[in-house]
Each structure stands twice: as structure tokens, then as C-alpha cells.
Design a protein around this ligand. Structure first.
Ligand code: NDP
Length: 456
């Protein structure tokens, strides 16, 4: 799987273009951040025309500038006694709707552009959930692959020895993302507790069920993406029964997208990692995939070795597999124009971004031109952060909700997000355009709050 970025942006409205020009001039060499800002500015052009007060109060100029950015050194010692140094980030984008909220990503590709693109998107995603959470994101250019548990623990402890100054249940509440799962959240939480001498459950989400974690948080992003697909299909009187589903990735989002799609009667056919993909015409055996990925922390090829109906395609592009539904759940810009054309040629009906910005702008244009139902990440994968907000509520009130109630809440939230995006698109005369609808609905909530709270 290759990552691509694009710097060929088409012209925006007369109001939005100067803002975008200034973003590019002030933030050079940040292509992912430019891409995310451009998409939002493009969608909300019509809002600015109808609501000139947003322009007058410089809402956008303020929004593209994070409230605070922290970049820090993360020194640690590996198992061979060698000194290692990584770079840590926390970008606190907007707290107008609630404490900053967004995950931590540990991946060698992490840089300020990626953290800012994710943080910027997070503002609108979190607004869409209706849960009273602001937007932020963080991480480090640390690669957990091939590291021992002890090394990951020392890294997390060093990371938290700086991060703890900047977070808090009313300030900023990080969670997981690529490379940060239950193991890392545990080590981070333990270090926070030691440094502060306080068991403040609400400072991180994605915790273990036995120590402050919430039911369904682990499953929420993948489940939520499938619920969103269900909502889109329902508008057209269709459902998931018997549909062929292609999923990329084999991490948290992918695993639970596969699980929920299967539970709802679809056949999930694929999973991938950065080495290639597997296709299993009998449907992915989730127990086996979890054993390999979550327990053994192995590579995807292992799945094909242990399952007769599966085949491993080294370095292959998972989007060449014919599917009715595609759920890209690995990383940004993993599905390009050619992949989108292949999916359309094979008759894809709906695409939901489980990952953040996995489809390039050119790919999105292909889907929209072909009439494919397309759900952007800030709507389709918002179930994760929405359930994190439910975890925060439970931590604050010292309650524990059961699995069934929590899953029903997630289902309701995804239906509400679908409703908000669908009707925002209708109000602005772009029916069926979930990209515009999600951006508009999220932006309106944030912008209204910014107007009410003054020039901050
Ligand atoms: P994980 O670390 O659990 O899994 C990531 C998966 O994607 C792995 O299979 C990994 O393969 C693959 N991957 C990551 N980077 C690349 C790359 N550069 N090229 C090819 N494959 C890659 O992460 P998550 O499942 O948590 O996150 C996946 C996506 O979903 C991200 O975009 C994240 O921002 C987004 N997301 C996650 C949420 C959550 O709750 N976890 C919430 C909302 C969005 P390999 O091991 O080979 O790197």
C-alpha cells in the first residue's frame, strides 16, 4: 500500500481562497494539513454566503490556527541499553465545545502535518457527535512494530512524563489511534497515576474494562462505520444482507468493522497490513485474525498460512477485490483514483471511511460522480470518539453501563450523525453529498459556539 498526497487544489470561493492561501503560506510542507483544510473550506463555501457573520467574525481564520501546539522530546532506552529519542506532539485545536479530545498515534510517519490534519478534522467530527467535546490530536514518530512490551512501556512512560502537564479531564482527554491500543493506554495511564498521585479515570479513554474503561469503546469505531453504512443503504431501501465487504487494515477499526458487517449478514472478504492483503472467499475468520494481530502481533500473511480458503497477495492493492461495500480502515490516502475506478468498475455501492481521510480527493470525486454512497471519516468513524465521550460520562459519574445499552447508544449516535449530515446536504442543495453535509453540520455547531463565546 503506498501513501500519496496531493498539492493540486482547485480554486475555492472568493471568501475561502485567501484563507487557504494563507494556511499554505504559514504552514509550508504540510500537505496532509492543506488537504484537510481544503476539503472543509470547499464544503462550507455556501454556508459563508448564507451566514456572513461567520466571515465578519473571522471564524475560519481562527479555526485553522490551533489554540495550542506542544512538541516535545521523548528519550528512552531500548532493550540493548541504547539511547533512543523520538518526537512527541499534542495539538490542542479547539475547546469551544468541550475539552480537547482526540487520539494519540504512534507511527514512524507521524509529523506535524499529520497531527494537524487529524486535529483539524477532529473538531468537526466531535461536533457532529453532539457530545460536548473539542478537537485535538497527538502522537509520536515512534514505531511499536518489533519492540518488546518493556520497550513500549518505557516509551509510553517517557511520553507521559511530558504529556501529563497538558492533559486533564476538563482540559484534554487523549485516546488511541494507529499504534496506540489497550496496551499503550494502560502504560500511559499508569504513568499519569504515578506522576500525579491521582487515579483520575477521565484523563484518557480506551482504558481496560476493569479500570475505568467503557463497554463497546474498543469496538465502537468499526461498529459505528458499519452502522453508518446501514443508515445510508436504508435511505434507498437496501441493507447489508449478503453484501460483499472489502476492508483494509487489520487493526482496531478493521477488526470490528469486519465483526459487525458479518453479524449483520454481510460477508467480509479482506484484511490487510502494510505488507499486503488477504482475501478469504469464505468470509474472514475473526477469531483467527484477532489471534494473529492482537495476541501474536504478527503479520497478515500468517492468516493465509493457517486458513485454506484464504490467499495472501503480497504488496497487493486490496481495492482490486470486487465488493459491494468498501471500508478503508488503515491510514490516510490509502485509496487513490485508480483504486476508486477499480471499485466502481466492479460495482461498489457504498464506501465508508473507517480510517481518517483514507480516500484521496480524486478518489472521492470518482465515487461521487458514479453515484456511489460515500461517507467521509468524520461522519463514518465518529463512533469511536462518541463512545469515548460516553466513557468520560461514566468516569465522571462513577457508573458502568452494560454492553447492550452502550451499543444501542452508539447505534443511536450514528443514526443522529447520519441524520445531521444528510439534512445539512439537503438544506444546502447538495442532496446525498455526505462530505458536504458532514462538514456543514459540524462547522455550523462549532461556528455558532465561537460566535457566542466572543473573540477567543
Ligand atoms: P491500528 O494501529 O490498530 O491499525 C492500523 C492498521 O492499518 C494496521 O493494520 C496497519 O498495518 C495499517 N496501516 C497503518 N499505517 C499504514 C500505512 N502507512 N500503510 C499501510 N498500512 C498501514 O490503528 P486503528 O485501527 O486504530 O486506526 C486505523 C485508522 O482509523 C487511522 O486512520 C485512525 O486515525 C482511524 N481512526 C481510529 C479510531 C480508533 O478508535 N482507533 C477512531 C477514528 C479513526 P501495519 O501494522 O503493517 O502498519
Amino acid at each position: 500500500m503506498t501513501e500519496t498526497t496531493t498539492e493540486d487544489f482547485h480554486l475555492l470561493s472568493a471568501t475561502a481562497q485567501p484563507i487557504f492561501d494563507s494556511v499554505r503560506a504559514l504552514n509550508p510542507n504540510e500537505p496532509e494539513f492543506h488537504q484537510a483544510v481544503h476539503e472543509v473550506l470547499h464544503s462550507i463555501g455556501p454556508v459563508l454566503e448564507r451566514r456572513p457573520e461567520f466571515v465578519e467574525h473571522a471564524v475560519l481564520e481562527r479555526l485553522v490556527e490551533p489554540e495550542r501546539q506542544v512538541i516535545f522530546r521523548v528519550p528512552w532506552i531500548d532493550d540493548n541499553g541504547k539511547h533512543q529519542v523520538n518526537r512527541g506532539y499534542r495539538v490542542q485545536y479547539s475547546s469551544v465545545l468541550g475539552p480537547y479530545k482526540g487520539g494519540l498515534r504512534f507511527h514512524p510517519s507521524v509529523n506535524i502535518s499529520i497531527i494537524k490534519f487529524l486535529g483539524f478534522e477532529q473538531i468537526f467530527k466531535n461536533a457532529l457527535t453532539g457530545q460536548g467535546i473539542g478537537g485535538g490530536k497527538g502522537g509520536a514518530n515512534f514505531d511499536p512494530h518489533g519492540r518488546s512490551d518493556a520497550e513500549v512501556m518505557r516509551f509510553c512512560q517517557s511520553f507521559m512524563s511530558e504529556l501529563h502537564r497538558h492533559i486533564g479531564e476538563h482540559t484534554d482527554v487523549p485516546a488511541g489511534d494507529i499504534g496506540v491500543g489497550g496496551r499503550e493506554i494502560g502504560y500511559l495511564f499508569g504513568m499519569y497515576r504515578k506522576i500525579t498521585n491521582r487515579h483520575e479515570s477521565g484523563i484518557l479513554t480506551g482504558k481496560g474494562i476493569g479500570w475505568g474503561g467503557a463497554q463497546v469503546r474498543t469496538e465502537a469505531t468499526g461498529y459505528g462505520a458499519v452502522f453508518f453504512v446501514q443508515e445510508m443503504l436504508d435511505v434507498h431501501g437496501e441493507n447489508l444482507e449478503g453484501k460483499r465487504v472489502a476492508v483494509s487494515g487489520s487493526g482496531n477499526v478493521a477488526l470490528y468493522a469486519i465483526e459487525k458487517a458479518t453479524q449483520l449478514g454481510a460477508k467480509a472478504l479482506t484484511a490487510s497490513d502494510s505488507s499486503g492483503y488477504v482475501i478469504d472467499e469464505s468470509g474472514i475468520d475473526l477469531g483467527l485474525l484477532r489471534q494473529i494481530k492482537e495476541v501474536e502481533r504478527g503479520r497478515i500473511v500468517e492468516y493465509a498460512k493457517r486458513r485454506a480458503s484464504a490467499r495472501f497477495v503480497e504488496g497487493g492493492n486490496v481495492w482490486e477485490v470486487p465488493a459491494d461495500i468498501a471500508i478503508p480502515s488503515a491510514t490516510q490516502n490509502e485509496l487513490d483514483e485508480a483504486s476508486a475506478q477499480a471499485l466502481v468498475a466492479n460495482g461498489v455501492r457504498a464506501v465508508a471511511e473507517g480510517a481518517n481521510m483514507p480516500c484521496t480527493p480524486e478518489a472521492v470525486a470518482v465515487f461521487q460522480a458514479a453515484g456511489v454512497l460515500f461517507a467521509p471519516g468524520k461522519a463514518a468513524n465518529a463512533g469511536g470518539v462518541a463512545t469515548s465521550a460516553l466513557e468520560m460520562s461514566q468516569n465522571a459519574s462513577r457508573q458502568r453501563w452494560n454492553f447492550a445499552d452502550s451499543e444501542q447508544k452508539l447505534r443511536d449516535i450514528m443514526a443522529d450523525i447520519h441524520h445531521a449530515a444528510f439534512y445539512a446536504a439537503e438544506r444546502y442543495d447538495v442532496p446525498g453529498d455526505y462530505v458536504a453535509g458532514a462538514n456543514i453540520a459540524g462547522f455550523e455547531r462549532v461556528a455558532n459556539a465561537m460566535l457566542a463565546q466572543g473573540v477567543i
